[in-house]
Design a protein around this ligand. Structure first.
Ligand code: SAH
Length: 411
């Protein structure tokens, strides 16, 4: 189907002709070169903290994105096109196929464009504020085969709604749920507060590390489930869970890592800011028949502060913050709680490096560092760091580590 993606007959490696215009891929080189580039960067940035293990590669580094977002617009001849916004501009680049996305996504987008034309559903134009469909979000599960399609419109009116759903399901019976999300304003690709389920359950389920997870439209879920299993396996191994180990899963999303720890006997408390993800986390605990887990819908820094104030403690802190990393408040309180181990799962090496500096001053030593290639063809590096509290009397943390030093970031 695709003329955009070219496969090298000798190596089987793929290249995309849209590389420069699209911006979805950032590295246009062989997979071996990508891995070596990431390994070198991880060693350069983190090597002084501990030994950096060899990056865990993906066996087949294509079609891994289980979350696909697509924008719609009109070309010069007023034909409906779909694709992505060019980086740093408002120009829509037509992309009909993508070597990173789940294979199920592109055919559904093609059908939707045809139906939009037939049913006169115009793409929404941000500049003029006219039109209907802002974008679509698709989530697919490679393990259960479930597919969720979210149609995001600017106004609550979605013309020919019932016929659209019927026609979509007829063409793609593998779609398990369709949701209408209303997003009157905001940046492209954001979701609005209101969602109406038009078909199915309004969420999909996926299986990771033997546990089942429900995922709602606006909950965070790792985009590469194949590598996520490897990432979580590293994180849970680093946590050294035994029966009754007290674990805090901070920035827990839909509860994934905490639930896997609980399955291994841990006593888990999770904290997550996004309400929908937190609701999913509670549902996921039930889905996996686990009673003892509590999930708090709160800011992780505030939660840690309150936990420290109450004088509570935990054996292991697992933290998986967004790209911005953890706040100073979070790190200070984590050091006050003084768990024996901290497992830091990071999706941005620059903020990880910054935060490791503070943990090191706060009484922790990195035991090992394990990069995992979660985002092939992009520059992103995911890393698990296993930190242990220093206990020897002559190896105490520096005094006054909580006081900012010159060069530290200010929050
Ligand atoms: N551990 C989860 C989620 C990691 S992504 C997983 O592997 O799926 C980071 C998560 O942190 C997101 O779910 C995001 O909603 C949440 N988050 C962002 N800022 C936060 C904050 N200040 N306090 C708590 N959670 C936050």
């Amino acid at each position: 189907m695709s003329r955009q993606i070219v496969t090298d007959p000798k190596t089987g490696e793929k290249r995309c002709r849209c590389f420069k215009r699209c911006g979805g891929c950032q590295l246009d080189e062989s997979y071996a070169e990508q891995l070596s580039r990431k390994q070198q960067k991880a060693e350069r940035m983190l090597g002084r903290y501990a030994k950096v293990g060899s990056i865990i590669p993906m066996d087949s580094p294509y079609n891994y994105r289980c979350k696909v977002q697509t924008m719609y617009g009109l070309d010069g001849s007023k034909r409906i096109i779909s694709g992505v916004y060019q980086s740093n501009s408002r120009k829509l680049v037509a992309v009909d196929d993508c070597m990173l996305e789940a294979p199920a996504a592109a055919p559904i987008v093609q059908t939707l464009k045809k139906l939009m034309k037939d049913m006169r559903i115009a793409p929404y134009d941000i500049q003029s504020g006219r039109g209907v469909l802002r974008h679509t979000l698709m989530r697919t599960s490679f393990t259960t085969g479930q597919i969720m399609l979210v149609l995001v419109t600017a106004s609550p009116v979605l013309p020919a709604k019932n016929n659209l759903v019927k026609a979509l399901l007829k063409a793609h019976p593998d779609i398990t749920t369709i949701v209408h999300n209303i997003c009157p304003e905001g940046m492209p690709l954001t979701l609005g507060e209101r969602s109406i389920t038009l078909y199915g359950d309004g969420y999909i389920e996926d299986i990771l590390c033997g546990c089942r997870f429900r995922i709602s439209p606006d909950s965070f879920y790792q985009v590469n489930p194949v590598q996520t299993e490897k990432l979580y396996t590293c994180a849970v191994k680093a946590a050294e869970i035994g029966k009754g180990t007290k674990v805090i899963d901070a920035y827990c999303g839909t509860g994934t890592i905490g639930i896997i720890c609980a399955k291994n006997g841990a006593q888990v408390t999770g904290v997550e800011l996004n309400r929908s993800a937190c609701r999913d986390a509670a549902a996921n605990a039930k889905l996996n028949k686990l009673d003892g887990i509590r999930f708090y819908n709160d800011d992780a820094g505030k939660f840690m502060q309150e936990t420290a104030k109450r004088g509570e403690s935990c054996d292991v802190l697992i933290m998986d913050p967004p790209r911005a990393g953890a706040t100073r408040e979070f790190i200070d309180c984590a050091c006050t709680l003084a768990p024996k181990k901290i497992v830091y799962v990071s999706c941005k090496i620059e903020t990880l490096e910054r935060d490791l500096k503070l943990f090191t001053r706060g009484g922790y030593r990195a035991e090992y560092i394990q990069p995992v290639d979660m985002f092939p063809h992009t520059t992103g590096i995911e890393t698990v760091v296993c930190l242990r509290r220093i206990e020897k009397a002559d190896d105490k943390p520096e005094k006054n580590y909580l006081r900012p030093r010159r060069g530290d970031r200010k929050k």
